[in-house]
Write a protein that binds this ligand. Structure first.
Ligand code: HEC
Ligand code: HEC
Length: 283
């Protein structure tokens, strides 16, 4: 194991240990809820209440690094203050609680918890606490120009080959040659234990943006072109399909799921097709 990996593991261990107690929490049950929400975001496997809703080997904090309390892509600063908001995916105005529950179905490849469950309420308490004192229903910041749309438009097999080379050089030492990661240390990037095809990161542009700001862990240094190539490579690998009905609890009534879109199926292939790309032509 390289020195940098030991450092990363030591950092991970430190942050897990300091999960013991967040500074400046409100007293009593509210503070306990905030802490519990934070701890579940860091380590869902350790929480019996949350575990039942998780369908893969990821934690929320694998993507929302440091439980979202930083400036990197995927952070939870100014998240709570932007809800309720309209979501095109659900074609509905959704709450923070809805948004949390939806990440369980997609990024965690699991079952959607109720928005009034302790799991979701405590996570919302933590995410809300990060924004304490901020105004609510804050307008979303203006969209910044996206360099990835044009790159995706012109993507071809050469970009996937370049991405595979970058993956080998920059990522495989932690996430493994087959993307399966290392249980307990490095999360899987594709395959049965990673995020499904309905997740945010299954979108090449979102993955590129996230990778550019977060990876390689502790040393994010890829340029936009490289982030795009490695993201295209990762999102052409196999991962679970997303069939919405399979992630809603059996017997759920329409009013238990806040969305007008009631049917959705996503696969690696259909995600690429939506971008005007063909999996066959890329691989
Ligand atoms: C595989 C990576 C991944 C995992 C795991 C994951 N998320 Fe997310 N999450 C994302 C991405 C990417 C977005 C932004 C998606 C978009 O822009 O459509 C997001 C968005 C969100 C948002 C909305 C953020 C905002 O500012 O509007 C919340 C809240 C959230 N996730 C909570 C969670 C919780 C809670 C968990 C664990 C139960 C979780 N996520 C697990 C990748 C992940
Ligand atoms: C030094 C080890 C290391 C390297 C190198 C590294 N990662 Fe990661 N990666 C991690 C760790 C650890 C996490 C979880 C972060 C956390 O929980 O705070 C992670 C999380 C991720 C995630 C979100 C979780 C998941 O499994 O989907 C993605 C995507 C990812 N890395 C992609 C990459 C890519 C692409 C590269 C190469 C450009 C890369 N990583 C290089 C250690 C590494």
């Amino acid at each position: 194991m390289r020195m940098s990996h030991l450092l990363v593991l030591a950092l991970a261990a430190t942050s897990a240990a300091s999960a013991a107690s967040l500074p400046g929490l409100p007293a009593g049950p509210l503070g306990q809820a905030v802490q519990h929400g934070h701890d579940m975001i860091m380590n869902p496997g350790a929480d019996p209440e949350m575990k039942v809703y998780v369908g893969n080997a990821l934690s929320c904090a694998n993507c929302h690094t440091e439980a979202g309390n930083n400036d990197r892509p995927g952070n939870f600063r100014s998240t709570a203050s932007r809800y309720p908001s309209y979501s095109r995916r659900e074609d509905a105005v959704i709450t923070l609680e809805d948004r949390i529950a939806n990440c369980f179905m997609r990024s965690m490849n699991g079952m959607r918890p109720g928005t009034d469950s302790q799991v979701v309420v405590d996570m919302a308490a933590y995410i809300g606490w990060l924004d304490r004192g901020q105004p609510i229903m804050a307008p979303a910041p203006p969209a910044t120009p996206d360099p990835y749309t044009a790159m995706i438009h012109a993507a071809g097999r050469a970009d996937v080959v370049a991405g595979a080379g970058l993956y080998k050089a920059e990522c495989a030492s932690c996430h493994g040659a087959t993307g399966a990661g290392v249980a307990g240390s490095f999360p899987p990037l594709w395959g049965p234990d990673s995020y499904n095809a309905g997740a945010g990161l299954a979108n090449v542009a979102k993955l590129a943006r996230w990778v550019k700001g977060n990876m390689p862990l502790g040393h994010a240094h890829l340029d936009e072109r490289q982030a795009f190539e490695v993201a295209l490579f990762v999102d052409t690998q196999a991962r679970p399909d997303f069939v919405l009905s399979q992630h809603l609890p059996a017997g759920a009534r329409p009013q238990d799921y806040n969305a007008r879109v009631r049917s959705e199926t996503d696969t690696v292939e259909s995600n690429l097709r939506k971008l005007g790309l063909s999996l066959k032509a890329l691989r």
